[in-house]
Design a protein around this ligand. Structure first.
Ligand code: TYD
Length: 138
């Protein structure tokens, strides 16, 4: 998976795949390139058109399809990219100032997100115009 947008990249989980099931491990500052302060996950997405559609000023996150699949749209203000996430081992780093959304969820999709900080509404850029304006100023 080649990531072309800025402030992004691939995050690989360690995995143990066995007949009795699969185990996946994320460790902060090891295979995840930041200390993990918050974890959230989303399920029951089959009727959602999209999620996300925002950027963060400072937060870094790593996003995974823990189950099923979805399409992740990335936009750094210059380059846009779409990535199909369908492998729990391989996630995407969502660094600061990266507009992103999630869509085309499979029925069984579970999205796992590891975040570098606690929830803070003031870190969000909720409109694309706000995002471009903040990019221009920084
Ligand atoms: P929202 O950011 O709208 O979800 P998405 O961008 O994925 O579509 O979040 C939905 C609500 O949940 C919103 O009111 C903020 C709240 N929320 C928290 O309180 N803490 C969190 O860690 C997250 C991710 C969201």
């Amino acid at each position: 998976m080649e990531i072309k947008v800025k402030n992004s990249g691939v995050a690989k989980l360690s995995s143990w795949k066995e007949p009795r099931g699969n185990l996946f491990v994320a460790e902060g500052d090891r295979n995840i390139p930041f200390p993990i302060r918050r974890i959230y996950f989303m399920n029951n997405l089959e009727h959602a058109e999209f999620r996300g559609d925002h950027a963060h000023k400072a937060l870094t996150q790593a996003i995974f399809a823990a189950n099923g699949s979805f399409v992740l749209g990335l936009d750094d203000g210059e380059t846009k990219q779409e990535v199909l996430l369908n492998n729990p081992e391989e996630g995407i780093i969502l660094g600061p100032m990266l507009w992103h959304n999630m869509r085309q969820f499979s029925k069984d999709c579970v999205i796992l997100v590891l975040a570098s900080d606690y929830y803070s509404e003031s870190d969000y850029l909720r409109t694309y115009d706000q995002f471009l304006e903040f990019l221009r100023k920084s």
